[in-house]
Unconditional design. Structure first.
Length: 160
């Protein structure tokens, strides 16, 4: 007999309480610029303890204030992986990694107000098993609001 794959029970569909990947790092981030996590987790580093060992997550952007993206706006994100106890993937200052983003959060080309949320493209994003930092590139055509911005991670799990 076939077994159904179902989302594991949790709170509002999340296997662990949603948490912030980036907050103040995003404030006034200029278009085309990048920033790496440094505040949340353990000085910007996240592990399976943060994600409840979930394989998947719903990622979203919460606007801290008003701004109006232009062009084909998005926030591109990369999980910067820790290869061993002390070495992370190579980064070049204010440059996106030379590989496709791990996730993209598309933005409207209309005005955002404080607390407007945009969800990640594709719904679920695969989380890394190894410790990671998060790098975001602002491709919105304008600077992000000066305070209150967040990239939120809501871990989900599938069971059978």
């Amino acid at each position: 007999m076939a077994t159904n794959f179902l989302y594991a029970a949790g709170t509002d569909g999340f296997i662990a309480t949603p948490f912030n990947l980036l907050t103040t790092e995003l404030n006034t981030l200029g278009s085309g610029n990048t920033v790496i996590s440094s505040v949340n987790g353990t000085s910007g580093v996240f592990t399976q303890a943060n994600t409840a060992s979930a394989l998947w997550a719903i990622l979203s952007f919460l606007a801290g204030g008003t701004f109006t993206p232009t062009g084909a706006p998005n926030l591109s994100g990369w999980f910067v992986l820790k290869a061993d106890d002390s070495h992370y993937e190579k980064l070049v200052s204010n440059t996106a990694p030379p590989r496709a983003p791990d996730f993209v959060i598309p933005l409207f080309t209309s005005a955002y107000a404080a607390n407007d949320i945009s969800a990640c493209q594709g719904g679920l994003v695969r989380l890394p098993a190894a410790p990671f930092e998060v790098l975001i590139q602002n491709n919105s055509g304008v600077s992000l609001p000066s305070s209150g911005n967040k990239i939120i991670c809501g871990p989900v799990a599938v069971q059978y």
